[in-house]
Ligand binder design. Structure first.
Ligand code: ARG
Length: 471
């Protein structure tokens, strides 16, 4: 029954009682799904253009609706739109406003469509746009890492396993390991796009529609390269949200690991880096403190995004086909994952250039702990000693050096020869840190020359993905 009340429920026809106030507040989603408004309007504009093309709407009706939708978009962007909880969600708020704005013709916008295919379309349009922003931020972070790696290609630091000094590496090499992680992340986000970029519109509530729609045209108008092949799947599928949240969780995992290392390196116990004062905070009680809060918060926020992934997985696991209202809960976790990841990538973009590397401290730390012991074992291996025997010989040598309070490279030749008589003066080429890293010049190695080559390769890769856009 037509009503003049602009807050009446669009689905109210078969109801005789008003919705309970609590239920209204419990079931509404407009408080959070209003952020989908620009995509909801984009989807509606495409839908009515398609309806006009197939003759369900006249061109005049289509133009009136599109003009009305555009006006509404401008009101929303100007913050002048009155969102109403009693109209439940973004879709019904906009539809009601459209009818107010353009009159009776506005009621035709929902022909051949349901909120079920509408919301799935909105969410895909939204996520596609956000993925583009996130990928650009990832690429900028990758560029910042490459710049840092180039600058520190020759800086020697201790490499760790079990957080125990293991072998000398270059700081540039370490930073390029971070780059590799973000490179996979960027590729993963790009891969997600293939499954995001599928048009659900046309599935209507679940069973399609008797309105003679042209889904290929809707897909073309909205820039979707594919059309959901099954109407039930189209309205119920949220795999793309799960996939995105999983990819976001992995980016956060990586940022969290970077953060952990920055926290360690800034700690006076390591003292490998300094971070500009502007990116640290002090303690309200301990005057000497300089805390790496930005890195710590990124590490902490990783938990939120894991939570978002767990949320969407759990929302989906018990649902029978097709659409269920559970799906309304897909949004806040997705929005939170997008927002948190964006914020943390922005934080890192500022944080990375604020890092100052204390080369002497790192070099000094690498000098401790017999980090070239494996080089000495390699030297003996190349002289024909079986590696297991070489390992034992070097073990004894280290024991001796420890007792003497010397580094391996500080032992005199005769002292070294006590442990193997084949050792000659060339052994020192295996014991100096500089030689140790320079010798690892194979593919994927830590040699300064290899770090520079890997950085150059990374720059070429970044240029190529920038020129390609979506792959
Ligand atoms: N607000 C709803 C959601 O986010 C829109 C779809 C509602 N569909 C329905 N049949 N009640 O999922």
């Amino acid at each position: 029954m037509p009503t003049d009340n602009d807050t009446a429920k669009p689905w109210g026809g078969r109801f005789t009682e008003a919705t309970d106030q609590f239920v209204e507040a419990f079931t509404e989603s407009v408080s959070f799904d209003r952020r989908l408004a620009p995509y909801d309007i984009e989807g509606s504009v495409a839908h009515v253009r398609m309806l006009a093309r197939v003759g369900v709407l006249t061109d005049a009706e289509c133009e009136a609706i599109c003009t009305g939708l555009n006006d509404i978009l401008m009101q929303i962007e100007a913050g002048e739109f009155a969102w109403k909880q009693e109209l439940e969600d973004v879709h019904m708020n906009i539809e009601a406003a459209l009818v107010q704005q353009v009159g009776e013709v506005g009621k035709k916008v929902h022909s051949g469509r349901s909120r079920n295919d509408q919301v799935a379309t909105d969410l895909r349009l939204y996520l596609r746009a956000e993925v583009a922003v996130l990928r650009a931020l990832l690429v900028q972070n990758m560029q910042a890492l490459v710049a840092l790696a180039e600058q520190e290609a020759g800086a020697i630091m201790p490499g760790y396993t079990h957080l125990q000094g293991a072998q000398p590496i270059t700081f540039g090499h370490h930073i390029l390991a971070w780059y590799e992680m973000l490179k996979r992340d960027e590729q993963r986000l790009n891969d997600c796009l293939a499954r995001i970029n599928v048009l659900p519109l046309g599935a209507a509530a679940l069973a399609g529609t008797r309105v003679p729609i042209d889904r290929a045209l809707s897909a073309e108008l909205l820039g979707f390269p594919a059309i959901a092949a099954n109407s039930l799947d189209a309205v119920s599928d949220r795999d793309f949200v799960v996939e995105f949240c999983a990819a976001a969780a992995l980016v956060m995992l990586h940022l969290s690991r970077f953060s952990e290392e920055l926290v360690l390196w800034l700690s006076p116990a390591f003292g490998f880096i300094d971070i500009d004062d502007a990116f640290c905070t002090g303690s309200s009680i301990m005057p000497q403190k300089k805390n790496p809060d930005v890195a710590e918060l990124v590490r902490g926020k990783t938990g939120r995004v894991y939570g978002d992934l767990t949320t969407i997985l759990t929302i989906m696991k018990g649902q029978p086909l097709a659409y269920n209202r559970d799906n309304q809960e897909d949004k806040e976790c997705l929005f939170d994952a997008v927002d948190t990841l964006k914020l943390c990538l922005q934080a890192y973009l500022k944080l990375l250039p604020s890092i100052q590397v204390k080369r002497e401290v790192m070099h000094e730390a690498a000098q401790q702990g017999y980090l070239t012991a494996t080089d000495l074992a390699d030297y003996l291996t190349l002289k024909g000693v079986a590696f297991r025997d070489a390992h034992a010989i070097v073990g004894k040598t280290v024991q001796y050096a420890l007792r003497q309070g010397k580094g391996l490279e500080q032992l005199e030749l005769p002292e070294l020869q006590q442990f193997h008589d084949g050792i000659d003066v060339h052994v020192y080429d295996y014991l100096r840190l500089q030689d140790s890293v320079a010798a690892r010049d194979h593919a994927g190695g830590t040699a300064p020359a290899k770090v520079r080559a890997a950085a150059a390769e990374a720059r070429r890769y970044l240029d190529s993905i920038r020129s390609k856009g979506n792959r």
